[in-house]
Design a binder for this molecule. Structure first.
Ligand code: TRP
Length: 375
């Protein structure tokens, strides 16, 4: 990080991310009020993740909507590298994608990159990443995607299809492009160097299968943009559309703005399989607070919701109703609401959410075969 204050790549996020600067660095477009209005014309009331600026940047969304308005509908594509059990942060773009599917009636491809995680994680075997792919797929299905319009691809289970699409893409990407885009050193294994062509493949999968170009929209975390930047350079050379994208900010770890949600620290996040007791403990003990050190000072000075992780999680995922969120924010800022009380609100919301999710997750075990495609 010598000459930069923060780093964002698909494999590494360091420092405090300045999203305006990131837009400049990556060369994406901000989501403007005009664009929001345009989306709203088709969806009705905007999803709170759009209203609250969690999805903050995009590529080619206006083009995608032009096509849609001309009667050329798009499909959705997103994915997950299955390196651990699913946690709350992973669900955010998937929940948003479900909303897009509902509003636009769009088909949807979900890619589970078990190959990627095998190649990039020293300590994971192919058996483990494949098992995690099946496990994580339950969480996708549990969110209620339409089985008739949704396909889950596990890379190693769909290798023939993907490989045949990835090869011509790979042929157009040089080693130096990959080095510059992802910061690989010469010590990178050669599977890692090839991998981006596999992540590009679902962006044209429907076009290849149907023999005509079909627009594709990829909702994803902003860290994945380098993959799709490379992909967008290459696909027109092969006669395909560039995929459009809509990108979300990072979800803060329980431990605070500087902490990372990671498998190596289970207290940094909440897993979808956590029990009500674990939820309560984690939030009470570990959720970073923007409150004052003692009640008296808190009543006098108030708390800071901008850095308070409990408040941020309510804003990002657990309190969709703006009026309620505003009330909580105000009460916290002016000291009426204490940190413990704010945490209690979050605990109740998360617990309710997880009880429902865990039920759906159980049911999803019988639905796997309706969603997973193999070749
Ligand atoms: N590389 C992503 C990860 O590590 C997984 C992924 C594959 C993905 N295809 C995608 C993410 C498309 C977003 C959109 O999680």
């Amino acid at each position: 990080m010598a000459d930069e204050d923060f780093i964002v790549t698909p494999w590494d996020v360091e420092g405090v991310v300045d999203y305006d600067k990131l837009i400049e660095r990556f060369g994406t477009e901000p989501i403007t009020p005009e664009l929001l209005k345009r989306i709203q014309k088709h969806t009705g009331r905007l999803h709170f993740m759009l209203r609250r600026d969690l999805f903050f940047t995009h590529r080619d969304l206006n083009w995608l909507l032009d096509e849609y308005e001309k009667g050329n509908p798009f499909y959705l594509y997103t994915g997950r590298g299955p390196s651990e059990k699913t946690h709350i942060g992973h669900l955010v773009p998937w929940i948003f994608t479900k909303w897009l599917q509902d509003k636009f009636g769009a088909e949807f491809i979900f890619q589970m990159t078990d190959d990627e995680k095998f190649l990039f994680k020293e300590d994971l075997s192919m058996e483990e990443t494949k098992e995690l792919a099946y496990d994580n797929a339950l969480d996708v299905i549990a969110l209620g995607f339409d089985p008739k319009k949704t396909q889950i691809i596990i890379d190693t289970e769909n290798a023939k299809t993907l490989y045949n699409i990835a090869l011509p893409i790979a042929k157009k990407i040089t080693f130096s492009t990959v080095k510059a885009s992802f910061g690989f050193e010469n010590s990178a294994n050669i599977g890692q160097i090839f991998y981006t062509s596999i992540q590009a493949a679902p962006a044209i999968l429907k076009s290849v299968q149907q023999g005509k170009n079909i627009p594709c929209l990829i909702p994803h975390g902003v860290d994945q943009d380098p993959h799709f930047r490379v992909c967008r350079d290459v696909l027109p050379k092969l006669g395909y559309y560039k995929p459009a994208s809509i990108q979300n900010k990072f979800i803060p770890s329980l431990l605070g703005p500087a902490g990372k949600m990671s498998a190596s620290n289970p207290n940094s996040t909440i897993y979808v399989t956590d029990t009500p007791k674990q939820v309560k403990n984690k939030i009470n003990k570990h959720a970073f607070s923007g409150g004052q050190p003692d009640i008296e000072t808190h009543r006098k000075l108030g708390g800071n919701p901008d850095i308070d992780v409990s408040f941020q999680w309510l804003k990002i995922l657990f309190e969709p109703i703006d009026k309620k969120l505003d009330e909580i924010e105000l009460a916290y800022r002016n000291g009426d609401l204490l940190t413990g009380e704010l945490k209690a609100i979050l605990i109740e919301k998360v617990t309710k959410f997880l009880i429902h999710h865990q039920k759906e997750r159980e049911k999803a075990k019988d639905k796997l075969e309706d969603f997973i495609v193999r070749d």
